[in-house]
Design a protein around this ligand. Structure first.
Ligand code: ATP
Ligand code: MG
Length: 310
């Protein structure tokens, strides 16, 4: 559905996107993950055709995109990072305005508006001015507007920024529904949990460059360990004993910090049971134990040396 080939975009001295390539198969969700300023929005703008690459190309459904008047843009629904809504108008009036930009007829606009408002769960607020809406409702209307002309590809630039957890879940439900209906999605975020939940294929970008890409499983497989086991002890002395007991066995890497010990086992869930029995064998009691799954955060850390959260 989408083929991005070596796109480059500079703003003066800043190389916002420095040669990124990827493909998105029809009906899948592709995630672009990266910290602030990584070049996500710039890349997205080139995919939806609002920004022309300095070099490289974007192909949508076999058609090389050329500028913002390209008819292939009709196939693309774009949900911008900044809300693009008329606050004084109602949802229906907003949809009518954006629909008319796509030369849709009045009856077609009416039919599609009702359909997309139902999808985003705003049917009962159709005639109310948008300025009365909560942040999450505005975000959902922003998505409805991107859907009104019936796109085959939906491109979302951080659609959950400034949204409470409940509205965030509502947005995920919408996206999952659309995906089930066969929609192709490109999703950008700097929240790794969202990308982990939504996306079939993930590309991590930083400083305008592709760092690593693959399915979530493939990315997690690049980590030394798929999960970590964390034990809390009563005091530091006990933790030191535990560290020694665990280090005597070949479980994987063992770290101690104050009264806590972490085990990064070598890709083997049996290590959870083993580590407990080694501690019992050494007569060391723990106060608390947690198993945490490896995440994209650790993948980012391992491939850039920095934390995504910073
Ligand atoms: N129109 C512009 N003019 C000048 N510089 C720009 C412009 N747009 C983006 N940049 C710069 O390009 C770089 C990438 O910005 P971009 O908005 O693509 O990042 P992002 O990954 O979307 O970040 P965020 O998570 O904050 O949205 C930044 O250094 C930014 O300052
Ligand atoms: Mg952005």
């Amino acid at each position: 559905m989408v083929l991005v080939k070596d796109v480059v975009k500079s703003f003066g001295e800043v190389r916002a996107v420095n040669g990124i390539s990827f493909e998105v198969a029809k009906g899948t969700c592709f995630g672009l993950l990266g910290p602030n300023g990584a070049g996500k929005s710039t890349a997205i703008s080139m995919i939806v055709g609002t920004l022309k690459p300095d070099s490289g190309s974007v192909t949508i459904a076999g058609h090389v995109l050329s500028g913002d008047t390209d008819p292939a843009r009709q196939k693309i629904g774009y949900v911008p990072q900044e809300l693009a809504l008329f606050e004084d108008l109602s949802s229906l009036q907003n949809l009518g305005f954006f629909g008319s930009l796509y030369n849709m007829s009045k009856p077609e606009i009416a039919r599609k508006s009702a359909e997309v408002l139902a999808i985003v769960g705003l049917s009962d607020r159709a005639t109310e001015p948008v300025k009365n809406f909560s942040g999450g409702m505005k975000r959902r209307l922003n998505i409805a507007i991107a859907l009104v002309q019936g796109p085959e590809l939906l491109v979302l630039d951080e659609p959950t920024v400034g949204v409470d957890p409940q509205s965030r879940n509502a947005i995920f439900d919408v996206l999952e529904k659309l995906k089930a209906q066969g929609m192709t999605l490109i999703y950008t975020s700097h929240y790794m949990e969202e990308v982990e939940r939504m996306c079939d294929h993930i590309l991590i970008v930083d400083h305008g460059k592709a760092i690593i890409s693959g399915t979530l499983e493939q990315l997690l497989d690049t980590l030394d360990s798929r999960f970590r086991i964390r034990f809390e002890f009563l005091d530091e002395d006990t933790a030191v004993k535990a560290e020694a007991a665990l280090n005597a066995k070949t479980l994987g890497k063992v770290f101690r910090k104050d009264s806590a010990v972490e085990v990064l086992p070598s890709k083997n869930a049996q290590a959870i049971v083993d580590s407990i029995s080694y501690l019992q064998g050494a007569n060391v009691m723990f106060e608390d134990m947690r198993v945490e799954r490896g995440s994209l955060e650790e993948v980012f850390l391992a491939s850039t040396g920095r934390s995504l959260r910073d």
